[in-house]
Design a protein around this ligand. Structure first.
Ligand SMILES: Nc1ncnc2c1ncn2[C@@H]1O[C@H](COP(=O)(O)OP(=O)(O)OP(=O)(O)O)[C@@H](O)[C@H]1O
Ligand SMILES: [Mg+2]
Length: 421
């Protein structure tokens, strides 16, 4: 069925129906740019302001910091800043998982080494502990309610902290978001933790909305099913075609099965507001229906971002295309330098900061201001060499020599291959 154009206040009837759905379990499936975040933000506000005597929180989560920030901005724009005053909140799923772990520790369902009930949770150990390449990775497990340290033997070598350093940090009450996930995973094998978390949802959260739900992995899905038993309303919003995180465990097919087996009331939004032309709209609608489509040829100069099925195609593409990859496990300082270089390019080309810029600066003992002052010329120089086709090994030598003078914490760094066109 084709969707009529915009309804009340510019929303389409389908967006309105999905936003105001009175059901407890709601699933909104929507194409790119068709209003997933719009509907999540509207539904958040409707729930937030519709039950003034219910003191439990209205919560919305997304998976990345940027998507969460976008949702929060949208909610504040539609509903005003009071919509997100405590306990109502819009946070990353990782933050919600931390809340759940802290609850289990505070209730005594889990015991942390050293008896901590509150933890400092880091994005990664990279900036806090030195890493050595190897296959042994220290991890956390749950044994009879006690959080314990174990090791796993990975199939590939990568940089991991030593067991000793890991043990010390954990017993001081520090861990990473991955460790939070490991512990929750272990805890959910027991009925006691499951009951404690269901009561947590029942007592503290009345409505949970999850945007981009197809990025969820098995643990996330398990958490949503506990939320479904505890909260009055669970809204899952997403597009199975836009699942990005299969490489880190997301299982879109399992999410589809979970939704269909649990009687979610489903709303479909299929009109996108993102396409600039009818041609684009018809191309994407064909591709979503798995129909063959022919892509019109274009100029590399006109493209902001180029994607390809295989790396090789990018290396062989027009000289305007700059593929940039950092081989994992090359060393902390080397990765940090590459991140600074990547940041120089993304800032210039897209106006965006590289994702791990903060970590890179911490690794090199630098402040953000150093980028604009001392480092800029050296990084720009390297980008120009890459553009001109100077062999990558030579670019690396010039860059690491230049940085050695500017970054006091940087000792001699071994060569790595960087590449760009
Ligand atoms: N009914 C509407 N009329 C006009 N513009 C709309 C309407 N609904 C959404 N938009 C606009 O379309 C754009 C995409 O909407 P939104 O971000 O909610 O979609 P999305 O499905 O979350 O997108 P993505 O797939 O990127 O996550 C936004 O700029 C939004 O303001
Ligand atoms: Mg969105």
């Amino acid at each position: 069925m084709s969707e009529p154009s915009a309804g009340v206040n510019g929303l389409t009837p389908r967006q309105l129906m999905a936003s105001g759905s009175p059901h407890g379990l709601v699933y909104v499936e929507a194409a790119p740019g068709s209003g997933k975040t719009t509907v999540s933000a509207l539904r958040f506000g409707l729930h937030r302001f519709s039950a003034s005597t219910d003191r439990r929180a209205v919560v919305a989560v997304s998976f990345t910091r940027s998507a969460t920030e976008e949702l929060r901005t949208r909610v504040i724009r539609y509903w005003g800043p009071s919509s997100v005053t405590w306990p109502h909140r819009i946070v990353t799923l990782d933050t919600l998982l931390c809340d759940l772990l802290f609850h289990l520790l505070q209730e005594g369902v889990l015991r942390w080494p050293g008896g901590h009930t509150d933890l400092e949770v880091l994005d990664t150990w990279r900036t806090a502990l030195s890493a050595k390449p190897g296959r042994i990775r220290p991890v956390l497990r749950v044994d009879n309610g006690q959080v314990v340290i174990r090791t796993v033997d990975e199939s590939q070598s990568a940089g991991h902290p030593s067991v000793l350093d890991f043990k010390k940090a954990i017993s001081e009450g520090r861990c990473t978001h991955d460790n939070v996930r490991e512990v929750l995973q272990g805890a959910l094998a027991t009925g006691e933790a499951r009951e404690a978390l269901t009561s947590y949802f029942e007592g503290t959260i009345r409505s949970l909305t999850v945007d981009e739900v197809f990025d969820a992995n098995d643990l996330d899905r398990d958490i949503f099913s506990l939320a479904a038993s505890g909260c009055r309303s669970l809204t899952l919003v997403g597009d199975p075609w836009q699942a990005l995180y299969e490489f880190r465990g997301a299982r879109p097919a399992a999410m589809t099965t979970y939704i269909s087996e649990n009687s979610f009331t489903t709303h479909h939004l299929d009109k996108s507001f993102r396409w600039g032309s009818d041609k684009q709209a018809s191309l994407t609608s064909k591709l979503r229906r798995r129909l063959p489509a022919q892509l019109p040829p274009g100029n590399a100069q006109d493209a902001d971002v180029v994607i390809a099925h295989r790396w090789q195609a990018l290396w062989g593409a027009d000289a305007h295309v700059l593929p940039l990859a950092i081989k994992p496990g090359v060393g902390q300082a080397q990765e940090a330098i590459c991140t600074l270089l990547l940041n120089e390019i993304t800032q210039h080309a897209l106006g965006l900061q590289a994702v791990f810029l903060h970590d890179a600066l911490a690794t090199l003992g630098l402040e953000k201001e150093n980028l604009a002052t001392t480092l800029h010329a050296c990084l720009q120089d390297a980008v120009s060499h890459l553009k001109e086709g100077t062999p990558s090994r030579q670019v690396w030598e010039i860059l690491s020599d230049g940085l050695a003078d500017l970054v006091p914490a940087l000792g001699p760094v071994s060569p790595i291959m960087i590449g760009a066109r």
